[in-house]
Design a protein around this ligand. Sequence first.
Ligand code: ADP
Length: 259
Amino acid sequence: MATPTTSSSQAANTRKATKVQPIIVAREIGKTYRSGKLEVPALRRVSFSVAPGEFVAIVGPSGSGKSTLFYTLGGLTSVTSGSLLIDGADFSRLSDIERTRMRRAKIGFVFQRFNLLPTLSAMGNIEIAHDIANLGKQSKQPLDRVLLDHLTEILGIRGRLVHRPNELSGGEQQRVAIARALISRPAIVLADEPTGNLDTKNSDAVLDMMRRSSRELNQTVLMITHNPEAAQIADRILHMRDGEITHIESGRGLVIHEV
Ligand code: ADP
């Protein structure tokens, strides 16, 4: 297995020089699904760490464990072995209720199918995500209007906020979904095939904007993708096969536009 913290990217070297604590530390995590007598090992001793603000792509064939890794990072399921520290919280030791609370507070999701609520406007979708992130918090945070302005500017959706999802293009819906994920300043954003339902032009625009918002907000992003060009926007690319990280490669940190 590659040394997980090793990266030749300039950004990672700068971070190493200043000794920034990783925001994700996965140590030998394992996840085995059990149904009756059948055991399916989906993750096997996976170790890696991610620095704050890093953009990491996860690639690998179907069945290699990418979604399972996301479910564990997102607190949707527990690991069966190893330890998983996310922004200082040990997800591997939390109860289901505590993990749900941590998920709301620390994780933003972007899905392939956008998953916007169809009866709400774009703005309504962003507001409800903010409200959900506030659930269970002792002191409710007001919606950060400065951040909202900044995000809608970067994502090019300022003029589209009063519209419902069915009045928006696929690319616009995904950009609203990105704003929804970022509005609560989550410790990490997990994006599962965010461009899987988009044509090349919209896909390039969405990747550009994800990359830009990650840099400008120092937002840590992990993105599953099947598209090798999309993976190149990352600082690092984790390659998975049969539940293991087989190697880690440096990305270019840039969107490669198709001509
Ligand atoms: P990927 O996202 O790379 O396609 P997955 O994480 O979905 O991979 O799957 C990894 C392995 O775990 C596969 O062998 C898959 O069949 C198995 N698996 C995934 N989810 C379940 C489940 N809920 N129950 C049993 N096996 C599962």
